[in-house]
Write a protein that binds this ligand. Structure first.
Ligand code: DAH
Length: 339
């Protein structure tokens, strides 16, 4: 009997060692320890054992069972550990792989143009100031010397909130607001959104952007205006850019002018870009009207100044050679990415 048990034990150990998967171990368990297993068969044959030997044999059977169970359990654990380690190895995360990039869009050509304009004027000592987009008629028109019967005040041109409040049609009202604060001298630019009751087409939009400029100090002359805007044009469009001041009319400046720059595409010879003229109009400007100074609490005998207004979209369209303003408002990233 003893030999029999020993050989069962050895056979079981061999089978366990040969098993290469946890399911195989289970088969070994059934074969040796199961209800119809070999060890159970030994127990069943106890009736052939002399009664006095039975406890001894019973104990031996139990020891054999315990030994096999222990080896089974150890093997199972070992196997499971090996499987887990293998799996971990396969699942290793490569932390050196570049992460997926977040789509963060692209700076708008208007923004790029504005930053350029700001860089130039801040470099000349100007402050950047802001004013409200919803503005009093008083600031948008009245204090800028724009009379009640001026065509700009027509409902065709201006969005009215009520009879006293409008969506500002220009950034010029910021001039009046800054002058009223009474801190002199003034050197400021004021970028922002403006609104006009226009139909959308390649060159018009009901909402667009301007950058206003204002300088007030003692002894400011038209020469200062010309010098300043010449520097601006050269910085913006290149060192060889020439400027031309054409007489014009604005109610809040006297004298007033429109400024053309020599075409930076053909250098002034005339091309498709400048429609053959060699010149491109970029802004309006002038010496601040004495009456405007007075209305804003500044003594025109003591102080003079100049002002200018640039269309931001116009600068962006020119600088980046975009031929349809609508592209600027569609915000298609494939378009924006080009600048
Ligand atoms: N506000 C004018 C416009 O919208 C532009 C302008 C012209 C602004 C002359 C000025 C200026 O400050 O002096 O057409």
């Amino acid at each position: 009997m003893k030999e029999k048990l020993m050989s069962i034990r050895e056979e079981a150990i061999k089978a366990i060692q040969a098993a290469e998967a946890p399911e195989k171990l289970n088969e070994v368990r059934v074969k040796f320890l199961g209800k119809k297993g070999e060890l159970t068969a030994v127990l069943k044959s106890m009736k052939n054992v002399a009664p006095e030997d039975r406890p001894k044999v019973g104990q031996m059977v139990n020891e054999t069972r315990a030994a096999i169970e222990q080896i089974l359990e150890e093997s199972k654990k070992k196997m499971e550990r090996a499987i887990r380690e293998e799996k971990m190895k396969m699942e290793v995360i490569d932390v050196t792989l570049p992460a997926k990039k977040n789509m963060v869009g692209h700076r708008h050509p208007n923004t790029i143009a504005l930053e350029e304009v700001q860089r130039i004027f801040v470099g000349m000592g100007y402050e950047v100031m802001e004013g409200p987009e919803i503005e009093y008629d008083l600031y948008n028109f009245e204090k800028l010397n724009i009379p009640a019967d001026h065509p700009a005040k027509d409902e065709q041109d201006t969005f009215y909130i009520n009879k006293d409040i409008v969506l500002r049609t220009q950034t010029s009202p910021v001039q009046a607001r800054v002058m009223e604060q009474g801190k002199l001298p003034i050197r400021m630019i004021s970028p922002g959104r403006v609104f006009r009751s226009d139909e959308v087409d390649a060159t018009h939009s009901p909402s667009f952007h301007q950058v206003e400029g204002l300088v007030i100090d003692k002894n400011i002359s038209f020469a200062d205006l010309k010098g300043t805007l010449e520097v601006f044009a050269k910085e913006l469009f290149g060192e060889d850019t020439k400027t031309k001041f054409r007489p014009h009319h604005f109610p809040f400046t006297e004298p007033s002018a429109e400024v053309d720059v020599s075409c930076f595409k053909c250098g002034g010879k005339g091309c498709r870009f400048c429609k053959g003229s060699g010149w491109i109009e970029i802004l309006g400007c002038g010496m601040v009207h004495p009456h405007v100074l007075e209305m804003c609490g500044i003594d025109p005998e003591e102080y003079t100044g100049f002002a200018f207004g640039v269309g931001l979209e116009r600068i962006a369209l020119l600088k980046y050679e975009i031929d349809d303003m609508r592209l600027l408002y569609e915000n298609d990233v494939r378009f924006l990415k080009q600048f």
